[in-house]
Ligand binder design. Sequence first.
Ligand SMILES: *[C@@H]1O[C@H](CO)[C@@H](O)[C@H](O)[C@H]1NC(C)=O
Ligand SMILES: *[C@@H]1O[C@H](CO)[C@@H](O)[C@H](O)[C@H]1NC(C)=O
Ligand SMILES: *[C@@H]1O[C@H](CO)[C@@H](O)[C@H](O)[C@H]1NC(C)=O
Ligand SMILES: *[C@@H]1O[C@H](CO)[C@@H](O)[C@H](O)[C@H]1NC(C)=O
Length: 183
Amino acid sequence: MNLNYYPIGVWSYVLLILLICNSDALFKFTNIKCICYDKSFCELKRCELKLLSRGIVGLFLHAQANQLPINTSTCVLTLYRRFNGYRPFLYNVTVDVCSFLKNRKRFPFFNLVYDGIRNFSNINHSCPYNHDIIVNRMVLTDNMIAKVPVPSGFYKLKFHLKTDGLWRGEVEVHVEVNLGFDR
Ligand SMILES: *[C@@H]1O[C@H](CO)[C@@H](O)[C@H](O)[C@H]1NC(C)=O
Ligand SMILES: *[C@@H]1O[C@H](CO)[C@@H](O)[C@H](O)[C@H]1NC(C)=O
Ligand SMILES: *[C@@H]1O[C@H](CO)[C@@H](O)[C@H](O)[C@H]1NC(C)=O
Ligand SMILES: *[C@@H]1O[C@H](CO)[C@@H](O)[C@H](O)[C@H]1NC(C)=O
């Protein structure tokens, strides 16, 4: 087949269709990293992203808890945007997780993130926690990002966790936001 046979207009049309078909995921996971600082407190059984179907990436996390119950927990949640390396961007909140679960309205950004996770995890209940922490097949949907006023780009969400006054571990989730336009 001779490519020159087709007028340039047809090829740019095909290219446009390909771009549109690939842009179905506006909001997707690109990487995950988890660390437990001390094995006597927690061990990671799983921390990975897996392709569930074409263009759909699922997040899997299983942190085995070795000191139960967990009565109190503080989470520092920080958003970073990639711009010559990752820089803190818009949100950095420190949340007492147990009081958050009693009154979620006080922390709107944390609540948005929690809303995205809770259907896929066993954390959706009030304190204390008496079990491992599991997130299974979590997927992102475009309407989740519709509520967050961020421009297209590459982001990192860092969860830094403390219990009983000690830092226990961190989870970093990298996501790509591709709105197809600037806002
Ligand atoms: C957590 O609470 C339970 C019951 O209220 C108590 O028995 C346990 O000692 C507490 N654990 C810690 C680490 O404070
Ligand atoms: C986020 O806030 C916490 C608590 O105030 C602070 O310790 C931390 O340094 C902040 N992180 C960034 C990246 O600014
Ligand atoms: C979680 O489940 C509730 C109830 O089934 C549903 O209304 C909500 O849209 C779900 N959220 C996500 C992020 O899947
Ligand atoms: C757990 O999730 C369900 C449905 O998504 C919700 O109705 C319920 O209030 C949640 N429980 C807690 C303690 O957040």
